[in-house]
Design a protein around this ligand. Structure first.
Ligand SMILES: [Zn+2]
Ligand SMILES: [Zn+2]
Length: 394
């Protein structure tokens, strides 16, 4: 089959690999019809995630058709159209019983924090991802969600990570009616966090970024205010000015470890690697929230050290919540929001690219060329979806 093939930092291509096979009676094989590139895939692509092995197949946001199931699988059958949450989870451990699916204790024996994730290095279990024609889906009775007939694949694929992550960011912010919510980052997750903030009762939503076309998009899509941090000097000061000098009630970090905007963070985190990436967005979130406000973090940070102003957080009495999204917990109510017209996830898709052009697709997304917000890769055997793929090689 054709699949992505990581060759080292900034080098990825599509090449032939053996088809996946049923390795356990609980497995399913899914023929992928769409797989997104995620902002967090860029951390892999840039070589920032430890133990990202040459040859690894990336991709944790995919939908497809069940091709084959193991003998123990009871709820899926060949032909079922499924979305597969990015988390691999067992459904029965201490954490899964509490619906903390991203913290499953059984799917990532290498780590004590995060559970298994498709296509996200051996630090999350080493599972092959879905930027491929086929993918093996372990514990197929637990993770995959059958896509209802009235939900299109373009919406469903965004339910595997980006939308639930943005939504959970707003949920963890514990937004009260009328609150001012500031979202750092106008990528897909930040866009969905801003949109979701209204659903939790926000009175005002402000998004901070420096990529002008993304700020333009989020202003229209989420009907929010925007700040280009390159234009305002001190971001925290600017936000205080906009909020009667109190600060925002809730700040959401939807950026993570590759933030721009602070020379000190960039030097220590991205050039000399003295910390695990640059935590600029989190720094701003802590300094922009009001005293006793809430900071919610869904931007991806690696393990070990980041330079975070924890003293400010303590003295301000901030509540901080963070986690990787427990995707499957959110899918049913997000489907209802899509049906009601409150959320239109597919509108953020800007590129539909044949899987063969994965190298160019990563380059365009990473470089923020061509007004790229969300890229969907479409494999050769995607069926009718293949006709919607457009070459990006000119
Ligand atoms: Zn993702
Ligand atoms: Zn579990």
């Amino acid at each position: 089959m054709l699949a992505t093939n990581y060759r080292g930092p900034y080098r990825i291509r599509a090449s032939q690999k053996p088809d996946p096979v049923i390795e356990h009676p609980g497995d399913a094989i899914v023929r992928v019809t769409r797989a997104c590139i995620c902002g967090s895939d860029l951390h892999l692509y840039h070589g920032l995630v430890p133990d990202t092995r040459i040859g690894h197949t990336f991709g944790h946001e995919f939908v497809g058709i069940v091709e084959e199931v193991g003998s123990a699988v009871e709820t899926l059958k060949p032909g079922d159209r499924v979305l597969v949450p990015f988390n691999l989870f067992c459904g029965s451990c201490f954490f899964c019983q509490r619906e903390l699916y991203s913290n499953c204790h059984n799917t990532n024996p290498e780590a004590t924090a995060v559970g298994g994730i498709y296509g996200y290095s051996h630090t999350t279990g080493g599972y092959d991802g879905g930027q491929a024609e086929y993918v093996r889906v372990p514990m197929a009775d637990v993770g995959p969600y059958k896509i209802p007939e009235d939900i299109v694949d373009d919406d469903a694929v965004l339910l595997t990570d980006a939308l639930p992550t943005g939504y959970q960011a707003a949920e963890m912010g514990d937004i009260k009616q009328g609150d001012t919510v500031v979202v750092f980052g106008a990528g897909p997750v930040g866009i969905f966090a801003a949109k979701s903030a209204w659903l939790f009762g926000a009175g005002r939503v402000i998004v901070v970024d420096h990529v002008e076309y993304r700020l333009d998009f989020v202003r229209r899509y989420a009907r929010c205010e925007i700040i280009n941090f390159r234009e305002v000097g001190d971001v925290a000061l600017h936000i205080k000015k906009m909020t009667d000098w109190l600060g925002a009630d809730v700040c959401i970090d939807a950026v993570g470890c590759e933030a721009s905007g602070s020379l000190a963070q960039t030097i220590t985190g991205r050039w000399t690697m003295l910390q695990a990436g640059a935590a600029t967005a989190l720094f701003w979130a802590i300094n922009s929230v009001r005293k006793a406000g809430n900071v919610s973090i869904v931007g991806v940070y690696g393990p070990t050290f980041n330079a975070v102003p924890i003293g400010n957080a303590l003295n301000k009495g901030i509540t901080m919540r963070m986690n990787q999204a427990a995707v499957k917990r959110h899918v049913p109510h997000l489907i209802e929001h899509i049906r009601q017209g409150h959320l239109n996830p597919k509108e953020i898709i800007t590129h539909r690219v044949p899987l063969e052009e994965v190298s160019d697709a990563y380059h365009i997304f990473s470089s923020k060329y061509d007004n790229c917000i969300k890229t969907v890769l479409i494999p050769p055997r995607a069926g009718s979806a293949r006709a919607t793929a457009t070459s990006v090689i000119h």
